[in-house]
Design a protein around this ligand. Structure first.
Ligand code: NI
Ligand code: MN
Length: 225
């Protein structure tokens, strides 16, 4: 499994030659100006919730790639009404896709579309790939529901928001890492706007002090699991 950070909460995940894009918000992110959305591969697009900083580039990319959009019922319906392909889910549901099992899990946040219309309830994803399992938390507060995840899935990586203000910050992300029983964390949802700027060295040190590993990728950088 290869995971590429495209800035903010945008990720590319490759599992057995299947390309999955998560929450594409790239074209308006000045820090990601070196990423060209017209060259990104996508067989599937996973969306955690309807906020603009998670769905901005969905239409352009899905139209070009015919990617299948996987999200909650309301978000998938919104994009199906625009003629795009989708697979609707809802909280607690899982489905076996060609690349592995996906479960839509709880997040504590909001989920309106940019025009204010209802975007269902926000979520995160557990993905069980052929050899590796990951948790993409989405925008969320720390929540006890995270403790349910390791009862069913042994995670190899937890992707957690760490920017604070709109989501968990560093200290709560460390507790989330305990809750999901995964000490290997990829941080995301930080530095994009003034509200969520973090001190990288302090964040890494706080995780290190708890015998945990916080990875912060440069935009465009990848890791292999
Ligand atoms: Ni949000
Ligand atoms: Mn967000």
């Amino acid at each position: 499994m290869k995971i590429t950070f495209y800035g903010h909460a945008s990720l590319g995940i490759t599992i057995n030659d299947v390309n999955i894009l998560v929450d594409p918000f790239i074209s308006a992110n000045e820090k990601a100006s070196h990423i060209n959305i017209d060259t990104l591969d996508a067989d599937y697009i996973l969306l955690t919730h309807a906020h603009q900083d998670h769905i901005l580039d969905v239409e352009v990319i899905a139209k070009r790639t015919n990617a299948v959009i996987i999200s909650n019922y309301e978000i998938v319906s919104h994009f199906q009404n625009k003629g795009l392909e989708g697979h609707p889910m809802n909280h607690g549901g899982s489905w076996d896709f060609e690349f592995g099992m996906v479960k839509y899990v709880n997040a504590i946040h909001t989920s309106s579309f940019p025009d204010g219309s209802y975007g269902g309830q926000p979520g995160g994803f557990v993905i069980e790939g052929e050899h590796k399992n990951i948790y993409i938390a989405g925008d969320t507060a720390l929540t006890m529901d995270m403790k349910l995840i390791p009862m069913q899935t042994k995670l190899d990586l937890a992707i957690l928001p760490i920017g604070d203000n709109f989501t968990m910050g560093i200290d709560d992300a460390i507790l989330a890492s305990d809750f999901v029983e995964c000490d290997k964390v990829l941080g995301y949802h930080f530095d994009t706007f003034g509200y969520i700027e973090i001190n990288h060295e302090e964040a890494k040190r706080k995780f290190f002090d708890k015998d945990k590993d916080l990875m912060l990728l440069d935009i465009g950088e990848s890791l292999e699991l």
